[in-house]
Structures are given as structure tokens and as C-alpha cells.
Design a protein around this ligand. Structure first.
Ligand SMILES: *Cc1c(COP(=O)(O)O)cnc(C)c1O
Length: 227
């Protein structure tokens, strides 16, 4: 498994060269992250708090850490000091907690709201209607220590390309709809985080601005370690 070659292949395949690449390094050893770092990668995605905290301590400080997994409220405090973007904000209570911890250290933490677009119930996220409710809640303006930068979604785990495309189209439609609205100051929708190793080209076709790619860069993971 050659990380450098994989990175070149992935980047050269992009339909949209401006789409931002997040290298998803969950379960991988720090040596692998160093290798990607030495190829110029500065954005890494992790899905477990402890693992991200450990890797953050061992790797260069100019890395931008993305929390892409389901985040428990009691663990928010461990990542708020350094996290670059929290992709998986899936409840109002979690947003409140991030704001609370961020205000303690006077940081403004960038967040994405996760939208449930897949058919699988195991995946997390707000429904489209819940996203609209959250965005237009008047209390949201009081959350001065979070910055809502966009939406994140995961398509169903399926070979059916049409289904994946229609799920991505759903979140893209919501993204465009919300962007067209007059939103409070702490909501600036510029990021649409959709697309993984198996579906990032479809996501880019639909309008992804950020893709989260793991196995196509670092190789397959040991699933015994996954959530
Ligand atoms: C693991 C993971 C990815 C990357 O998955 P690959 O298929 O390995 O590219 C992307 N997003 C989320 C939320 C993940 O948990």
C-alpha cells in the first residue's frame, strides 16, 4: 500500500480540483499520517475523540483536525481546544454543548450539521425538516461560539449509483435552499461535506465542496476496530 501513489491517483481523479480533500486516518498508525503529511496533506479526519487527541499530540501542529464521527456530548471538551471542523453535529443539545465548551476558552468552533440522507437507520443526523427548524431557531443567534459552516451527509452503503446520486442531490438541494436565505451571522454556509472513497466522484458531480476519503488513500481498515 503506497500512500503517496494513492494520493496522486485520488487527486488526479477529481472532477472538481477545488474540492477539499480530508484524509480519513481513523484506525491508522501515526506513521501513515506522517507519510500523508509529507505528501502535503494537512487535513485529517478522525471519528473517535481519544484517537484524535492522541494523534494531535504526536503530529505537527499545522495539521487541521476534522471530527467526522458521532460525537458524544461528554467528550466535546477534549477536542474543542484544537479541532478545526466538527462534521457530525446531529442534535441541538450537542450544538449547545460545543458552544458552552468553546465559550469557556473563547473560541469560535466551526461545525457542520449532519443530515440523515441514507436509508439505513444506523446512520446519524437531522432530517431535512429538522435542519430547517434548527437553522431558523431564534436561539441559534445566541450561540456565539459556534460557526455553522455547512452540511455533512453520508449516502447509503449501496452499489446503486442512482440511489447515491439522489441522496446527495437531496442534501445539495437543501444546502442551496438554505444558502439563499437571510441567515444569522454565525451561520455561513460554504461547505458541503459529501463523498467518501466509494462515492466521491458522484458527490463532486452533484456539488460537493469537501470529500472525506480514507481507504482509497490508506488502504482498507481492520473492521474489528471500527464503530
Ligand atoms: C470512515 C469515514 C469516511 C471514509 O470512509 P472511506 O470509505 O474509507 O473513504 C468518511 N466519512 C465518515 C463519516 C467516516 O466515518
Amino acid at each position: 500500500m503506497n500512500i503517496k501513489e494513492n494520493l496522486t491517483l485520488v487527486k488526479n481523479s477529481f472532477i472538481n480540483p477545488d474540492c477539499q480533500l480530508i484524509a480519513v486516518s481513523k484506525t491508522k498508525p501515526v506513521e501513515d499520517l506522517f507519510e500523508a503529511y509529507n505528501c502535503g496533506i494537512r487535513d485529517f479526519g478522525e471519528n473517535k475523540v481519544q484517537e484524535m487527541v492522541d494523534k494531535h499530540a504526536q503530529l505537527p501542529s499545522d495539521i487541521q483536525w476534522h471530527m467526522i464521527g458521532h460525537l458524544q456530548r461528554n467528550k466535546v471538551k477534549y477536542i474543542v481546544p484544537f479541532v478545526h471542523l466538527i462534521h457530525g453535529v446531529d442534535t441541538w443539545k450537542l450544538l449547545i454543548e460545543i458552544n458552552k465548551e468553546a465559550s469557556k476558552i473563547d473560541r469560535k468552533v466551526p461545525c457542520l450539521l449532519q443530515v440523515h440522507i441514507a436509508t439505513e437507520e444506523t446512520k446519524f443526523g437531522f432530517s431535512l425538516e429538522e435542519i430547517r427548524e434548527v437553522i431558523f431557531k431564534s436561539e441559534i443567534q445566541k450561540l456565539t461560539h459556534v460557526k455553522i459552516q455547512g452540511l455533512m451527509g453520508m449516502a447509503s452503503y449501496t452499489e446503486n449509483i442512482n440511489q447515491i446520486r439522489s441522496e446527495f442531490t437531496l442534501i445539495k438541494g437543501l444546502f442551496d435552499e438554505l444558502k439563499a436565505q437571510n441567515l444569522p451571522e454565525n451561520i455561513q454556509l460554504d461547505t458541503l461535506s459529501i463523498g467518501m472513497s466509494g462515492d466521491y466522484l458522484i458527490a463532486q458531480e452533484v456539488g460537493s465542496t469537501m470529500v472525506r476519503i480514507g481507504s482509497a488513500i490508506f488502504g482498507t481498515r481492520n473492521y474489528a476496530h471500527e464503530q
